[in-house]
Ligand binder design. Structure first.
Ligand code: HEC
Length: 146
């Protein structure tokens, strides 16, 4: 085997190796690996919350539930990541991840209640939950957002 042949073999193995590694790790980080899914969730949340405010202000409850879908999906990705043992990175107070999860759980439970109230057209209940959620945004950001 000449030098050129060996060179190509090594190069080929290398390219194949990295592309396989890429295929397996793509969107499927291994346990212990770091992922930042919070920003994804926050982008969805930010949009959804604006729709909630519009819904309350305009008295249009029907637009609320459809706006929640992106949030549920982002939230599921975070839950799957945590279950798979992946590390969700917080910009601040990483040591208090349990407190973060507690706040996040409470937040999503309120969000579900709000969505149900919207489905049954209870504008006043939705308005109260919107206030409560806004407070929760601020509480969590003060603690965990840089
Ligand atoms: C349980 C905690 C928690 C709650 C509740 C929460 N956030 Fe966040 N949010 C975060 C964290 C942590 C970050 C920073 C993520 C990062 O930098 O990686 C963030 C970032 C953001 C950002 C991006 C800002 C930037 O740095 O560019 C927006 C927008 C946002 N949140 C909106 C909201 C809104 C609106 C609500 C309430 C309806 C809310 N968040 C509720 C934890 C939370």
């Amino acid at each position: 085997m000449n030098i050129k042949n060996i060179f190509w073999r090594i190069l080929f193995a290398g390219v194949l190796g990295t592309s396989f590694a890429g295929t397996f790790s793509w969107g499927q980080p291994k346990a212990g690996e770091e992922v930042n899914l919070i920003m994804e969730e926050m982008t969805a949340l930010d949009q959804a919350f604006k729709t909630i405010i519009d819904g309350v202000v305009l008295g249009d409850m029907e637009r609320i539930k459809p706006a929640m879908m992106g949030v549920y999906e982002a939230r599921e990705r975070i839950e799957r990541a945590l279950k798979a043992g992946q590390k969700v990175i917080l910009p601040k107070n990483q040591g208090q991840i349990r407190e973060f999860i507690r706040l996040d759980d409470q937040f999503h439970s309120d969000l579900e209640d709000l969505t149900r109230a919207a489905e049954t057209g209870q504008r006043k209940v939705v308005k109260n939950y919107a206030h409560r959620l806004l407070d929760s945004c601020v509480v969590c950001h003060e603690k965990f957002r840089r």
